[in-house]
Ligand binder design. Sequence first.
Ligand SMILES: O=c1nc[nH]c2c1ncn2[C@H]1C[C@H](O)[C@@H](COP(=O)(O)OP(=O)(O)OP(=O)(O)O)O1
Ligand SMILES: [Mg+2]
Length: 197
Amino acid sequence: MKEIIIATKNKGKVNEFKEMLNGSGYQVTSLLDYPDSVDVEESGVTFVENAILKAEAISKHYRKITIADDSGLSIDYLNGAPGVFSARYAGEEKNDAANLSKVLTELKGVPEAKRSARFHCALAIASPEKETFTVEGICEGMITEKMEGENGFGYDPIFKPRGREVTMAQLPKEEKNTISHRADALKKLEKGIAQYF
Ligand SMILES: O=c1nc[nH]c2c1ncn2[C@H]1C[C@H](O)[C@@H](COP(=O)(O)OP(=O)(O)OP(=O)(O)O)O1
Ligand SMILES: [Mg+2]
């Protein structure tokens, strides 16, 4: 089967890509299958730049077709923070629980009307032979006042997608994978993947 490496060690992302590409005919691997892989520095100032950095470094190293995902949460009341710093918001050690607590503290007492936010996802596909291609997806919503739900990962327990009454972490995974920023981006990329093989 044709292999696509997802250039991430984030288990949450890996699971979602495997679910969403299930039945597509591609064998989906990730850096969890390549544990000796180098850590790529996310030095870009946009999600797209970081996705390109990760996809190109890994595709060059393994000489395989690679998709990288750079994503994060942008909160209007915080002028777009944590943005590209979402994973490292409460410190370099990338702690989801600490990141959520930091956001909830910063939004303490802020009324519902001012709690709007959106998830962003940039995907880059790279190959040793072809030019890199990128897409972006978003998911609109708002920040809740407390954490709820066990599904998903990252900021899901404090993010209520628009049109839903529960957090992303309370939705079944099939539903998250229909409405998420990652699903939105992947829909835009999917048809183009075949051209890389
Ligand atoms: O669907 C999501 N649901 C909740 N939170 C999410 C989601 N998607 C991204 N996020 C958050 C997690 C992390 O705080 C940051 C991604 O950071 P980002 O650098 O892209 O990923 P990462 O460092 O965990 O793994 P890697 O760079 O190896 O792909 O945004
Ligand atoms: Mg990262």
